[in-house]
Every structure is written in structure tokens, then in C-alpha cells.
Design a protein around this ligand. Structure first.
Ligand code: ADP
Ligand code: MG
Length: 329
């Protein structure tokens, strides 16, 4: 395998929350290969946006290493370093206003990433005109200001702006969550087309599991700052291995395998020798886990590779594998 484009080692990000430290990202090891689409799911507050923002250089980390394209990134970027990095990594936000200057015309906003690359004048205008068209907007939209566009049109501009300088990685953080359902599919299709056209790596953060299943070739599941399961999308969705993934799938996708695993797993809870569960030093999901047993509160589980090429951080993987294989039989 060639070196990944993004390589994160024990990445941590702590925020002060009163007298306590809140670990928004807590020891993440993650690779994103050139050209791959990695989905990132997990409930609100699990640290997905923070992780994305750290990779994009918009949030500093508390500890850990970031290697991008083989180069170890400094802890804090200088202006020049940030600019160099942002030509390689771009972000599409949920709030389509976030990446646009309200006082700049759309055409100027589109050209801005090119200016920092030294592409100016007619060359920049031509490229912006091409991208307006490419994301499905008329040339007249270029003369408008962000507030004059609909949410869907603004997100098309956000996407054009992210792709215009041909970055190696585009991080999409809930890019369609704020849009009408009727335009969500169009935007998702546009992102997929552009990703394929330019072979851009993508980190796709979403609540909507169906969208991740559709777009991503690999999926990572985050819980309280940690990646608890990661693997090929089909494997994660069809044979979820971490009880949290099982719960997430069961709650968000009707009639999916997660639900069946959950139902089959229930008897396991009944026979499990449940001791009072501590959260310190053990598995963070244990207090909510219907498969937790005493051992789960004693030591933290780490990510284990398995035959199905997914990794899950769970002390009860063997039992889950048995359930999954029974369901398959
Ligand atoms: P997600 O995107 O998965 O919903 P976030 O990364 O936004 O999660 O947040 C993870 C945790 O970090 C949450 O508990 C959130 O309240 C906290 N958090 C995020 N950003 C900040 C910040 N700038 N200051 C303090 N706490 C933050
Ligand atoms: Mg978020």
C-alpha cells in the first residue's frame, strides 16, 4: 500500500469545560488514502467536527501527530504554512454561509482560493466561470452576493470553492444537513461526481447513515472522541461489530442488519454477569452497552483487526462475531 495522504497518530484535542477538560478527540489513529472516500459517523458531540477541523488546520490539537502527504505537520501553522496546506485540504461546511464572505460577489469568492496560488486576472475569472457551470449555476449567479442565493445554490458554490484549486482532500462536514430534502440528493450526487472526476480523497462526516453508505468506501464510527469501529463500508453496515455501531444502525436505518444483531444480542445481556460499571479506565460505551460485562469496566478495549477486515474496539468481539455468523447462516 502506498503511504496514506493523511496519517493521524494518537491525535487528541481537549477543551476546557469549567474546571474539567473535555476530550473532544481522544487518541485517534486514522489514515485516509489518496482518492478514497472515508465516511465518519457517530452521534452529536462525538468529536467528528473537531477531528475534521484539526485535519483542515482550523483547530489546533492538544497532542499527537499529523502527517500529510508524508510530511509531519507543525503544531501551529504559520500563515504561509496554512496557505500551503489549505491548497491541499479544503472543507465544505454544513452552514453554506461559513465559507463565503458576505461582501464578496460569488465570482470573487470562487476566485479567492486561486489568488493565493498565484492564479489571477482572466485565468482566475475563466476558471471561476467554468466552476459556476460545473456545479449547475448560471453565469449570472456570479454577480450575486451569498444572501441572494438559496441554501442549495450557496452549497453548490461552497463545493465549487472547495474543489476549484484541485485539493487532494475535501472534508465535508454534514454538507446537506441544513438543506431541503429535495435538494439533498442533487448535492450528494454532485459531490460524488466531482470526487470521481478529480480523484479527490474525501472525509465525509454525516448524521445520515444512508448517505455514508452510498458514498463512502470505508466507514469509521466515533464515540466520545474515539474511533470504535472502522472498516469497509459494506462490512460495517452489514456485519457491524461494535455494540455502539449496532445501536447506531438500529436507530437510524429501518430493517437493517443492525436491528437483527441487536435483537439477537439481547439474550446475551441476560446471561452476562453484569457488575456495576465504572467509566474510568474501562470501555466508554460500557454504561450504555447491553452486552457489557464486568471485564468491560476494567480495561479499555483497543481496535482489533478481524477476518472481515474491520476493526472494532470491544472486549466482546468474539461473541459478536458468533452472532453475526449465526445471522449469516
Ligand atoms: P460532533 O461534530 O460529533 O457533533 P464536535 O466535534 O462538534 O462533535 O464536539 C465534540 C465535543 O467537543 C462536544 O462535547 C462539544 O461540545 C465540544 N466542543 C467542540 N468545540 C468546542 C470548543 N471550541 N470549545 C469547547 N468545547 C467544544
Ligand atoms: Mg459536528
Amino acid at each position: 500500500m502506498t503511504a496514506p495522504f493523511v496519517d493521524l497518530h494518537e491525535l487528541r484535542c481537549h477543551f476546557k469545560s469549567g474546571d474539567n477538560l473535555l476530550a473532544a478527540v481522544d487518541g485517534v489513529n486514522l489514515q485516509i488514502a489518496a482518492g478514497e472516500v472515508l465516511g465518519l459517523v457517530g452521534e452529536s458531540g462525538s468529536g467528528k467536527s473537531t477531528l475534521g477541523r484539526i485535519i483542515a488546520g482550523l483547530q489546533s490539537r492538544s497532542a499527537g501527530n499529523i502527517v500529510i502527504d508524508g510530511k509531519t505537520m507543525p503544531h501551529k501553522y504559520s500563515r504561509r504554512q496554512f496557505r500551503a496546506m489549505s491548497t491541499q485540504i479544503q472543507m465544505v461546511f454544513q452552514d453554506s454561509y461559513a465559507s463565503l464572505n458576505p461582501r464578496m460577489t460569488i465570482l470573487a469568492s470562487l476566485q479567492e482560493p486561486l489568488w493565493s496560488l498565484g492564479v489571477k486576472g482572466q485565468a482566475a475569472r475563466d476558471k471561476a466561470a467554468y466552476w459556476l457551470d460545473r456545479v449547475g449555476l448560471p453565469q449570472s449567479a456570479g454577480e450575486r452576493y451569498p444572501h441572494e442565493l438559496s441554501g442549495g445554490q450557496r452549497q453548490r458554490i461552497g463545493i465549487a470553492r472547495a474543489f476549484i484549486a484541485e485539493p487532494k482532500l475535501v472534508i465535508c462536514d454534514e454538507p446537506v444537513s441544513a438543506l431541503d430534502v429535495s435538494v439533498q440528493a442533487q448535492i450528494i450526487n454532485l459531490l460524488q461526481e466531482l470526487q470521481r472526476e478529480h480523484n479527490t480523497a474525501m472525509l465525509f462526516i454525516a448524521h445520515d447513515l444512508a448517505v455514508v453508505r452510498f458514498l463512502a468506501s470505508r466507514t469509521a464510527v466515533m464515540y466520545l472522541g474515539e474511533i470504535v469501529e472502522i472498516g469497509p463500508t459494506a462490512a460495517v453496515f452489514e456485519s457491524p461489530r461494535h455494540p455502539y455501531t449496532v445501536r447506531l444502525l438500529a436507530a437510524h436505518l429501518d430493517g437493517n442488519p443492525g436491528e437483527r444483531v441487536l435483537r439477537t444480542a439481547t439474550p446475551v445481556k441476560a446471561i452476562a454477569n453484569r457488575a456495576p460499571l465504572a467509566t474510568d479506565g474501562g470501555c466508554r460505551f460500557a454504561p450504555r452497552c447491553q452486552m457489557a460485562e464486568a471485564a468491560c469496566s476494567n480495561s479499555p478495549p483497543w481496535l482489533h483487526a478481524s477476518r472481515v477486515k474491520t476493526e472494532a474496539a470491544c472486549h466482546r468481539l468474539v461473541d459478536i462475531e458468533i452472532i453475526n455468523s449465526k445471522l449469516k447462516a
